[in-house]
Design a protein around this ligand. Structure first.
Ligand code: NAD
Ligand code: LMR
Length: 337
């Protein structure tokens, strides 16, 4: 019989907030780190939220889930980040109707500086970090800047929600189950300049697999309505709910970390915002969403060699330019503090 696995420490920031409320169950139930991996949950929020966090802790206890070992609610980053193997950086202000996500830079970027410093001091050096708090790509860049002892490849930002949205929209258009659509890509920023790209996506229809553009035979829809709908989906949810997406964001965060931890399925790829290494001509030192494959317990690899049309190139340029602007703005904000 094999030895039982040792618990790992996992931190969730913004633990008293909306996304965390849906995320924590997934972590405790074993859907992210596997059904045999026990976890200690470190829950970070700000001091005024400690009472609310007490209620979240009570609910976690009442789940009666055997994989969940210690629960550590805290407002102290030194405690929260101690020896963590995985970090979900969710805690940040969400946008309101009429705002772009980058309007949150001034409010949120300082949080990611402080948490970068805490990761640097207290976390395991192989910690896998997923930034969810917006503007997620630039927050991940800043966080890494303040955690120089942790390899850049350990930082990522979430565009999985956009990927899931794109996959669901294509499945609805093609009238197939969502899992019959694969390989849709999100390029660039988790913002309204992102490029949801179905050019390489496939669909399985009655047992045979073909490319999504061929199955739809409508490049025009793919290049217009589809792209705009996914780019604006977060804003559409806010307009309807008066709060930003939470259930779907939590599910996407679980999907992102599970695939990073366990590996992607053979022959498939997923989108993650990671440090650009210059692939596809994207400037380095921005956190840009690319298609990646991951070996179980391994590092991600950016998928190479996909043909990029002129249309796609123009979209990639716009979103890369926005990320360079956000980077400049973030450093300006931090210099003023
Ligand atoms: P929320 O307001 O419900 O919760 C945020 C929590 O973070 C609050 O409890 C708050 O007290 C806490 N917090 C604030 N500063 C903190 C700090 N310094 N340390 C620890 N905790 C802190 O918001 P939410 O709906 O959970 O959204 C959180 C963030 O995620 C927002 O920035 C939102 O825009 C973003 N988001 C990103 C995606 C994505 O796809 N990347 C999707 C949805 C939401
Ligand atoms: C989303 O995509 O739903 C989140 O980033 C929240 C937002 O501000 O749109």
């Amino acid at each position: 019989m094999s030895e039982p696995m040792k618990p790992i420490n996992v931190v969730v920031t913004g633990a008293a907030g909306q996304i965390a409320y849906s995320l924590l169950y997934q972590l405790a139930a074993g859907t992210v780190f596997g059904p045999d991996q026990p976890i200690n949950l470190h829950l970070l929020d700000i001091p005024v939220m400690m009472k609310v966090l007490e209620g979240v802790v009570m609910e976690l206890e009442d789940l009666a889930l055997p994989l969940l070992r210690e629960i550590v609610p805290t407002a102290d980053p030194a405690v929260a980040f101690k020896d963590v193997a995985a970090a979900f950086l969710v805690g940040a202000m969400p946008r309101k109707e009429g705002m772009e996500r980058k309007d949150l830079l001034a409010a949120n970027v300082e949080i990611f500086k402080v948490q970068g410093e805490a990761l640097d001091k207290y976390a395991r050096k192989d910690v896998k970090i997923l930034v969810v708090g917006n503007p997620a790509n630039t927050n991940a860049l800043i966080c890494s800047h303040y955690a120089p002892s942790i390899p850049k490849q350990n930082f990522s930002a979430m565009t999985r929600l956009d990927q899931n949205r794109a996959q669901a929209a294509l499945a609805a258009r093609l009238n197939v189950q969502v899992d019959q659509v694969k390989k849709v890509i999100i390029w660039g920023n988790h913002s309204s300049t992102q490029y949801p790209d179905a050019a390489h996506a496939t669909v399985t229809l009655q047992g045979s697999t073909k490319s999504v553009p061929a199955a739809l035979n409508q490049d025009n829809w793919l290049q217009t309505t589809f792209v705009e709908t996914i780019q604006k989906r977060g804003a559409a949810v806010i307009a309807a709910r008066k709060m930003s997406s939470a259930m779907s964001a939590a599910k996407a965060a679980g999907d992102h970390m599970r695939d990073w931890w366990m590996g992607t399925k053979p022959g498939e790829y997923v989108s993650m915002a990671v440090f650009s290494d210059g692939s596809y001509g994207i400037p380095q030192n921005i956190v840009f969403s690319f298609p990646v494959t991951i070996e179980p317990h391994g590092q991600y690899k950016i998928v190479q060699g996909l043909p990029i049309s002129e249309f796609a190139r123009s979209k990639l340029t716009v979103t890369a330019n926005e990320l360079e602007e956000e980077r400049a703005e973030a450093y300006k904000v931090l210099q003023k503090k």
